[in-house]
Write a protein that binds this ligand. Structure first.
Ligand code: GLP
Length: 245
């Protein structure tokens, strides 16, 4: 666990680390595979990556991305879709080739969901696996949308969103009744295959979940607790989120 004075300092340090990785691989003519997260948490990190692109010439031409999740039932142009969020928060501001961006589909027909999820797993493997995975944490302790009950070896699949998660999204959707009931998410097992995992959390309202995930038992009740068993997983948090440690 790394405790930073604030989210800006953490975002700067992590973005510098990613920059070094991208540039090192570019020199070797190789790609970097980044696992991307949504929510308010990674926004300062994305902002810093955009700054590095604009001010320091960091190129994302050799970067391939896989997002953790997407609401099921939303088209990619719905303002609350994660596809839209990612375009607005980072992809429209950097030089990543469109073909390198992967986000689970929110509109794949029901009878094709299983195949779509299997293909997502295969694409991750074909790209060489995720080098650097960014994570946030939800109020249910979820990573991606792996709600309580998600097993350690779960893979990309459609899940039912927890009531708490839907309540937390209600403001963005102008009412809980507008929040989708389902999502497609990488599984815990998918995430744990990543080589380097970084969970970010800011503010006191994350403190209880961070403490449970870092210091509590490893349990399906809190999918973030599975990070304890990963050889290279870090919690990068601010002082507020560290209050209960
Ligand atoms: C959603 C996302 C998670 C994210 C969580 C917390 O549930 N699927 O990936 O970690 O929200 O959101 P925030 O970062 O806004 O607190």
């Amino acid at each position: 666990t790394h405790i930073f004075p604030n989210s800006g300092a953490a975002a700067k340090a992590l973005a510098a680390e990613v920059k070094a990785l991208i540039e090192e691989r570019a020199k070797e003519g190789k790609n970097v595979v980044l696992g991307m997260a949504t929510g308010s948490t990674p926004v300062p990190f994305y902002r810093e990556l955009i700054r590095l692109h604009k001010e320091e010439g960091l190129s994302f031409k050799n970067v391939i991305t896989f997002n953790l999740d997407e609401y099921y039932g939303l088209t990619g142009d719905h303002p609350e879709s994660y596809a839209c969020f990612m375009r607005e928060q980072i992809f429209d501001h950097i030089d990543i080739p469109k073909a390198n961006i992967n986000i689970p589909s929110g509109t794949v027909p029901g009878d094709q969901v299983f195949a779509h999820c299997r293909e997502y797993e295969e694409k991750i493997d074909a790209a060489g696996g995720i080098d650097f995975q960014i994570l946030g944490i939800g109020r249910t302790g979820h990573i991606g949308f792996n709600e309580p009950g998600s097993s350690r070896d779960s893979l990309t699949r459609r899940i039912t969103l927890d009531r708490v998660t839907r309540q937390d999204a209600a403001a963005d959707f102008r009412g809980e009744e507008n929040v989708p009931h389902f999502a497609i998410t990488m599984g815990v097992g998918t995430i744990l295959r990543g080589k380097k995992l970084v969970l970010m959390a800011w503010g006191e309202n994350k403190a209880e979940m961070v403490a449970k995930a870092v210091e509590g038992p490893v349990t399906e009740a809190i999918s973030a607790s599975f990070l304890q068993d990963h050889p290279d997983a870090r919690f990068c948090i601010d002082e507020g989120a560290s209050r209960e440690l």
